[in-house]
Design a protein around this ligand. Structure first.
Ligand SMILES: [Zn+2]
Length: 392
């Protein structure tokens, strides 16, 4: 992972980069911060950086420059894939006949750490088992840490041990004290934790603590817009709901889109059936939303109907619809056809314009309903009911 892929936390990034430049890297670090703040991501980026053979100065989007790993040297390539022989991981895990040590869970861990480095303990343990078993860091795993860190470095400048969630170390953690106090040469021990109160004191007193603040909402919102193409207003409200937890913000995208998808379905169905009373009942509910929420919904409509258009024009591979959205989309596409879909897009564009200009909601929605009824009415004689295919 690159430093530039870690969201925000630039003060800590700079502090770590400086410690390498000034050759005063602490050999036992504790990255401590709330869930979803990115402390595991930072540990991965730091591990890649310290062992990079060709550290670079990179110009960032905002025009400033910052140091980062090259991503191309053999060390970077192996670290990125989490297969560097001098990079070791320990984490809480489920012990069974096939899994005695963390090394036995490495394939699963690589997927987790590469794809969801902002996720928490529950996310990880639930990916390993469907039972209620609790994860743990065993005494045998601690012995194995001692064994592998006593070996010579294979190829890295540093031998690195990342220990995710030392909260799950009990008395067996005391086996590691000597190692934390007097680590072998060129060894870097990074503990990554969320809750200092659950870490045994003997460990806490032997590490240098790097405190991570929760991510600011603005950083989370920016990330949602850039990476997940969430509309700006929706990104702001999702970031506020997530409370600085990046993984939670990502999870909320799905819930948010599903809620909008259900709303579209509940709106389009009476339009198709020409149930005027139901349409006006829907309008009344809709007008209870705030103007911001109304605008977000119409933005979602624009996104959704563009995707329907893609499906209809023979580019289904380009759509980013969920399975449930796709079923609704296929039905609507068949009923409306390309020309009417274009008209619908124009209509939703107008709706955003109306909301922004504080047009009276009742008048706006009456107008919209009439247009929708007309669009569907033209087709009603010739197509089979598409709502039969709706199965959200
Ligand atoms: Zn490199």
């Amino acid at each position: 992972m690159f430093f530039r892929e870690v969201i925000g936390q630039s003060l800590i990034k700079n502090q770590l980069i400086r410690s390498v430049a000034e050759n005063r890297v602490s050999h036992a670090l504790l990255f401590l911060g709330p869930e979803g703040c990115g402390n595991l991501a930072m540990a991965l980026a730091f591990a890649q950086y310290v062992n990079c053979e060709d550290k670079q100065d990179i110009t960032l989007d905002d025009g400033t420059t910052s140091a980062d790993s090259c991503g191309k040297c053999p060390s970077c390539i192996k670290t990125k894939k989490l297969i560097h022989p001098d990079l070791h991981f320990t984490f809480p895990f489920i012990k069974d006949d096939d899994h005695e040590l963390c090394a036995d869970w490495m394939p699963e861990w690589r997927v987790f750490a590469e794809e969801t480095p902002y996720a928490n303990y529950n996310y990880w343990i639930n990916s390993l088992t469907e039972t209620n078993k609790q994860g743990n860091i065993t005494s045998k795993e601690c012995q194995d840490i001692l064994r592998r860190l006593s070996l010579k470095n294979y190829e890295g400048i540093y031998k690195i041990q990342i220990l995710w969630l030392p909260e799950y170390l009990r008395e067996e953690g005391n086996r590691l004290l000597k190692l934390l106090e007097e680590p072998p040469d060129n060894t870097l021990f990074i503990l990554v934790a969320h809750d200092a109160e659950r870490i045994i004191n003997t460990i806490l007193s032997r590490v240098q603590i790097v405190k991570f603040p929760r991510l600011p909402d603005a950083d989370v919102a920016h990330y949602l817009q850039e990476v997940w193409e969430v509309a700006p207003n929706a990104a702001t409200s999702l970031a506020a709901l997530a409370g600085g937890n990046l993984q939670e913000a990502i999870d909320l995208i799905d819930a948010h889109e599903n809620a909008n998808a259900v709303m579209i379905r509940e709106w389009m169905e009476p339009c198709f059936r020409q149930h005027v009373k139901q349409i006006f009942a829907w309008n009344d509910q809709f007008l209870k939303l705030s103007r911001e929420q109304q605008k977000n919904f119409f933005r979602y409509c624009l996104h959704f109907f563009r995707e329907v258009l893609l499906l209809e024009t023979g580019a289904p591979q380009l759509t980013r619809l969920t399975e449930a959205e796709r079923r609704t989309a296929e039905g609507l596409g068949k009923v409306l056809g390309v020309e009417r879909l274009m008209a619908m897009l124009e209509l939703f564009d107008k709706c955003i314009y109306f909301v922004e200009r504080n047009v009276n909601g009742k008048i706006m929605m009456s107008y919209v309903s009439v247009v929708l009824l007309r669009q569907f009415n033209k087709q009603i004689q010739t197509t089979q009911p598409f709502y039969d295919r709706w199965a959200l």
